[in-house]
Structure formats: C-alpha cells, structure tokens
Design a protein around this ligand. Structure first.
Ligand code: TMP
Length: 216
C-alpha cells in the first residue's frame, strides 16, 4: 500500500520570516526529493474562490467585513484547500496529495485563524468551524519580538494589509503562544522556533524538526 505523505505547516505573525524559511525548506526538500519523496508547497489564503475574496479584504479593497465573516471565509478557503479535486493541470487538494504519497508544506493554516481571528471572535467557535481540517503532522511556529517583525515588514512592504498593525500584532503574537501551548497539551506536534536569529541558524532548527517528522 502507498505510504501517506506528511503534512507540515509554517506559522507566525506577519514579518516573522515565514516566506524566507518556506523558500529555504522548498530548496532543501526539492534537492533531497529522492530520499524524502516529492513535496507540494502551498499557502493560505489560497487563490481559490474564497481565498480571492480574502485577498481583496486584506488589501482593504472591500468594504470592511465583520471578523466573524473573515473567520468563515478563512475556514471555507481551508476546506476548499483540503478537498478541491482539480484536474490534470490544476493541483489537487491537500488530502488527495497526502493520500497519494506527496508531502505537503503550507505557509499558514488553522493556527493563523486561531491566533488572528480570536482577537475579536470566540476561539471555540473558530475551532468548531475548522473541525473538518486535517491535523498537521508538524506545525513550526516562528517566534520573533514584535519590534523585529515590524522592522522586517517595513522593509518588505509598500502597503500595510488589514492585520498589519502593531497593536493587533502584539495580541496575535500572544495568542499564537497561548493557543500553541493549549494544542500541544492536546497532543498536537507544534515546534516553537526562535526566529530572532540569523536566518540560516533558524533554518537548521526547521530542518531538524522536519527531518524528525519525515522519519516517523
Ligand atoms: P500573507 O499572505 O502575507 O501571509 O498574509 C495573509 C494574512 O492573512 C496575514 O495577515 C495573516 C492573515 N490570516 C488570518 O488572519 N487568518 C487565517 O486563517 C490565515 C490563513 C491568514
């Protein structure tokens, strides 16, 4: 029987280095494909139907949406990301890929909804609307001090997106830490990575955690 692939997620506040580290991981996993199997790299919000509405909202190109509506849109986008069937040309959903032996790495997943939307919306309800989401084999949470992530965002962005406000991001960062702690106590494999170091050092820790998960 075909062995299932592993599902790995990278998380953190805006400016924590998710894109840089995902880029490093993609290079390393692709170079080692013959040992670890093929990996599909993806991200949320996706470019599917719900994800496209989310992108407009993040760019503040829609009238402001209630945070409960945002939470539902993110959950809908996630379910579509997990289940969409696609065709020969299009990439298929996460569940299908994993069942067919691919590893999947996603830049953001439900921990983002738990940390970002729980600022204004009840966490239990957010968990409820995400109940059909597949649990990752590994979530890497990049932690950096808020001042550092603000500096990185200022360097790389022209416009601030919806949640890119210092007061929000302080709360979101706290939410990440406490929710990750709670999920760990429920048995989820979440590894917290100190992202406030040289990016190559950070990547060494990521490689370690990913290798352990791939060899399980
Ligand atoms: P990014 O593409 O630059 O990571 O931006 C996505 C933004 O959307 C980022 O601010 C985090 C936010 N977000 C949520 O608020 N909830 C979610 O469930 C996800 C996936 C992202």
């Amino acid at each position: 029987m075909l062995e299932k692939g592993k599902f790995i997620v990278i998380e953190g506040v805006d400016g924590s280095g998710i894109s840089t580290q995902t880029g490093f991981l993609q290079k390393w996993m692709t170079e080692n494909e013959n040992k670890i199997g093929r990996t599909y790299f993806t991200k949320e919000p996706t470019d599917g139907p719900a994800g496209s509405i989310i992108r407009l909202a993040l760019a503040k190109r829609l009238k402001p949406l209630d945070e409960r509506v945002m939470a539902l849109l993110f959950a809908a986008d996630r379910l579509d990301h997990l289940c969409s069937q696609g065709d020969e040309q299009q990439k298929v959903g996460i569940i299908n890929l994993i069942e067919n032996g691919f590893n999947v790495v996603s830049d953001r997943y439900y921990l983002s909804s738990f940390a970002y939307q729980s600022q204004c919306v009840d966490l239990n309800w957010i968990r409820e609307i995400n109940r059909y989401s597949l649990q990752p084999d590994l979530t890497l949470l990049l932690q950096v001090p808020i001042e550092e992530s603000a500096q990185r965002r200022n360097k790389s962005r022209i416009h601030d997106e919806l949640y890119e406000r210092e007061d929000y991001l302080i709360n979101i960062s706290r939410n990440y830490a406490s929710i990750a702690n709670c999920l760990q106590s429920e048995g989820e494999n979440i590894v917290i990575i100190n992202g406030n170091r040289d990016k190559n050092e950070v990547f060494e820790d990521i490689k370690d955690a990913v290798s352990k998960t791939l060899n399980r």
